[in-house]
Write a protein that binds this ligand. Structure first.
Ligand SMILES: Nc1ncnc2c1ncn2[C@@H]1O[C@H](COP(=O)(O)OP(=O)(O)OP(=O)(O)O)[C@@H](O)[C@H]1O
Length: 840
């Protein structure tokens, strides 16, 4: 099974299910150049920043007017020193690094907001990076390995070399160096950077590191410029004509699926000064430029990576165990991002504009990635576009849970930066919600060596040196060993060898030597024993001291964690308190509103009730009025009906009277013209005109008030009545005895216009027809009627009489004639003509 693949699967499952913590985001506010600067931001200690539009914005249309509150893990105000920022943010990351854990720290903000100042600072007032270097070397001081014991394998890993191989490599390097440099090793340094010599080293130190390990420090320095990666520590060869530019590097994935810059120069540094040498070398190659908003604006994202490699020492606490499986590597990436910038403010053109575009694009990709990470944590399953930018591609592993991620948001509180700061704060808000899985706690491989062995060995070495130096007495043991060796081993007695057979002297000498040998053996045996006891004692003490110090450290870290948690809780409680206060205020406001609305509601209810009662009253009044009016109308109608009825009865009576009169006149005229004989009486009866039927008056006529007017007309004298005579166009002259009496007349042959009837005060109408009857006699019929006004504004003719005048022909039959005469008169009287005038 491929262990790398397995680890990747673990990584994914860890990101989904494992314990997570939010990305740590702090905010640093830089000082403003002058007191009169218009501000858009203020700090509410300990952890809140309030962003409000400056007065010049508020006057603009569509400008936001709301104050925005942003809470961070920590907020560093203007007066906070570089040291405090370092200790608060970066020191825990160095502890991670020395314990073989990975961390990423980046500064983010608008151009000129103080990112480079925070990350690098100046010689006298160093930023996070120089302080990190100092702290690392202060901590690993005497536990460093010789150079070249650990060697980068160019695939993001390390190999281990023996001490002798390392020494050979070191010698080779010295040989390869230029003679001038060997002669004057400080020459190169003098040419590097004056800042290096002005710098004030940091005293900070991490104490809880594994002292049974040997450490080595490696650094790389790269920049991402226009979305390409360049190695700032790469020596650009000079081929005699011109110096070659830096080569673009590619990002690759190692066997453990960690991203790294392939082919980058990873320089081993054995002291802080060497590390600064490397840093300043790269720093000179960084792309910075003068812009409107910053005299030294970073045009690229720079990444300074420190890797600390460690391996255990053997049981004697002297040499490193030559086994790669015991190797542990920690990495700290310090990223100084280029600042986001708006072209309308920077007024950049050409190359600067292109750089700004690339910077903004990569920052946008970073923002997108974090946004999608946050969405995925809420249940979405979206692809994160790490590869859209080199920046996110390189740090992909961190976001997937291979280390702690911290960000310092730098802000310039000046009013001009308001818009950009708003965007930066939004980004910071998103970032704080991103949960990053805890990095895996790789269990230390159990090598079985005694802890504290290195210190024991050092103590023994020290003791031996001191012993040798001072030639001190060995502590007394009761068997005379408190004496100096010269005293223990007494001088050889002077034996005079007299002759060849002086056996006595030989024997004495032999005895003496044997005694001395015995004494020597017992002394050395004793010393060995004591040495062993002493060593055991030291080891035991070291072990106890080591366990005690480990316990102390764990208690200390527990205490620190608790302290941090406490302060976190305190700030949370404070936040909740302020939230509760604002909620309470809101509730009070709502309650007041509810009360006011209730009062208004009850007032409105009362008003509605009153209106209802009034309406009821008005309704009652109207009902009674309507009843009264109806009653009145009824009586009026009845009264009018009665009067109309009496008028009609009067009219009918007058018509009857007229008819009777006409009848009488006719019969008188006829009788006068017929001789008074019996046959003449017969004839008279024949000439009697039948009475036309009198029809009841029309309801229209009855209903109008004009009826009375007409009734009055009916009573007018006949001599005053005006007749409209409607006769044939060429009438034959009538030679009858009786002639129609039409005193005031107007004759028309054609009646086409109703105006003839309506205007001119016509009271009576007569229609004259002439023709031959069935007996061949000339017959003239005169239909008479009253002109009555109608309700529609017109007139109607109510025929009331017909006169038939005949000029007898000698050959006609009288019986038939009489019969026709009576019928025609009857029919004619029942015809009415109606004419309408124009409405006014
Ligand atoms: N906290 C601070 N105290 C004092 N001076 C500061 C502080 N922060 C920034 N400055 C000063 O402001 C100027 C601009 O800062 P810096 O170069 O760090 O900005 P930056 O954010 O890195 O800009 P860019 O993105 O353009 O590189 C520098 O002269 C720096 O010394």
């Amino acid at each position: 099974m491929n262990p790398g693949r397995n680890r990747m699967q673990n990584k994914n499952s860890r990101q989904k299910n494992g314990p997570k913590e939010s990305m740590e985001v702090c905010c640093r506010v830089r000082p403003v150049p002058s007191q009169n600067t218009e501000l858009c931001l203020k700090v509410e200690p300990p952890s809140t920043v309030i962003l409000a539009p400056p007065p010049s914005y508020i006057n603009l249309r569509n400008a936001p007017t709301k104050e925005m509150h942003y809470t961070f893990k920590k907020v560093f105000q203007e007066q906070i020193s570089q040291k405090e920022v370092f200790e608060s943010v970066a020191l825990p990351l160095i502890e991670n690094l020395l314990n073989a854990k990975n961390s990423l720290l980046f500064t983010y903000g608008v151009t000129g907001s103080g990112k480079t100042h925070t990350m690098i600072g100046s010689g006298k007032d160093g930023g996070i990076m120089p302080r990190c270097i100092d702290t690392i070397f202060n901590s690993i001081g005497m536990y460093k390995t010789n150079k070249y014991v650990f060697k980068p394998d160019k695939l993001n890993g390390f190999d281990i070399q023996s001490e002798s191989e390392a020494i050979i490599e070191m010698q080779q390097e010295i040989i390869c160096q230029t003679p001038a440099k060997i002669k004057n090793p400080k020459l190169e340094r003098n040419n590097s950077d004056q800042d290096l010599f002005k710098r004030i080293p940091t005293e900070t130190k991490i104490t809880n590191i594994d002292i049974d390990n040997a450490y080595a420090v490696f650094v790389t320095f790269v920049e991402i410029y226009n979305n390409s990666v360049y190695d700032l520590l790469e020596e650009c060869p000079d081929d005699g004509f011109r110096q070659r530019g830096p080569q673009v590097k590619i990002i690759r994935e190692d066997a453990d699926h960690n991203m790294f810059v392939h082919g980058v120069n990873e320089v081993e540094v054995s002291s802080a000064d060497e590390a600064f040498e490397a840093f300043y070398k790269g720093q000179k190659r960084r792309r910075i430029a003068h812009t409107t908003l910053n005299a030294e604006s970073s045009r690229a994202h720079t990444i300074f990576t420190i890797r600390v490699v460690q391996a255990p020492v053997d049981q004697q606490g002297q040499s490193i165990v030559q086994d790669k499986k015991y190797l542990q590597i920690g990495q700290l990436s310090l990223v100084d991002l280029a600042g986001s910038e708006r072209t309308n403010r920077t007024k950049n053109t050409g190359q600067r504009l292109r750089e700004a575009g690339n910077i903004n694009n990569s920052l946008m990709t970073l923002r997108n990635c974090l946004e999608l990470l946050r969405e995925n944590q809420k249940g979405a399953n979206k692809m994160i576009p790490y590869r859209d930018s080199r920046l996110t591609h390189l740090f992909k592993t961190y976001f997937e849970g291979e280390g702690q991620v911290c960000m310092i948001v730098c802000v310039n509180p000046q009013g001009d930066d308001y818009d950009e700061n708003l965007q930066v704060m939004k980004f910071a808000e998103i970032s704080q919600e991103v949960q990053i899985a805890f990095p895996p706690t790789t269990p230390r491989v159990n090598h079985g060596f005694t802890p504290g062995r290195r210190r024991a060995n050092n103590a023994l070495k020290k003791f031996e040196i001191e012993y040798d130096k001072e030639n001190q007495e060995i502590p007394p043991s009761g068997n005379g060993l408190h004496k100096k060796p010269v005293e223990i081993f007494a001088d050889i007695p002077s034996l005079r060898y007299v002759s060849m057979d002086d056996d006595l002297s030989v024997k004495k000498a032999k005895e003496f030597l044997e005694n001395q040998l015995q004494l020597y053996n017992s002394v050395t045996g004793n010393i060995r024993e004591r040495y062993h006891d002493f060593r055991e004692m030291i080891l035991k003490t070291e072990r106890t001291a080591f366990t005690a110090s480990q316990e102390i450290e764990s208690i200390k870290s527990l205490y620190e964690r608790e302290k941090e948690r406490n302060s976190d809780l305190e700030s949370r409680v404070k936040n909740s308190d302020s939230q509760m206060c604002s909620l309470k205020r809101k509730i009070d406001e709502y309650e007041l509103n509810v009360k006011r609305l209730k009062r208004e509601l009850s007032e409105k209810d009362m008003h509605i009730h009153k209106t209802k009662i009034n309406t009821e009253k008005v309704k009652e009044q109207y009902n009674s009025k309507i009843a009264q009016t109806q009653e009145k109308l009824k009586t009026e109608i009845e009264r009018r009906l009665r009067s109309q009825k009496s008028a009609m009865e009067f009219e009918a009576r007058s018509r009857d009277r007229k008819l009777r009169e006409a009848k009488r006149v006719l019969s008188d005229e006829a009788l006068r013209s017929i001789p008074s004989t019996p046959s003449a009486a017969m004839e008279r009866s024949k000439y009697t005109v039948s009475t036309p039927s009198v029809r009841p008056p029309s309801p229209n006529f009855r209903s109008t008030g004009r009826k009375l007017v007409n009734a009055r007309r009916a009573r007018r004298s006949r001599s005053l009545e005006t007749w409209l005579e409607h006769r044939p166009p060429a009438p034959l002259p009538l030679a009858t005895i009786l002639q129609p009496v039409l005193t005031k007349r107007k004759s028309v042959s054609k009646l086409t216009d109703a105006k003839d009837m309506v205007s001119g005060g016509v009271d009576k109408y007569c229609l004259v027809t002439q023709g031959q009857d069935s007996d061949g006699d000339l017959e003239a019929r005169i239909y008479k009627g009253d002109v009555l006004p109608t309700t529609g504004g017109g007139v109607q003719v109510k025929f009331s009489d017909v006169e038939i005048l005949k000029q007898k022909s000698p050959s006609s039959s009288p019986t038939r004639r009489n019969h026709n005469l009576a019928n025609n008169a009857q029919n004619g009287c029942s015809v009415a003509i109606e004419g309408h005038g124009f409405r006014r």
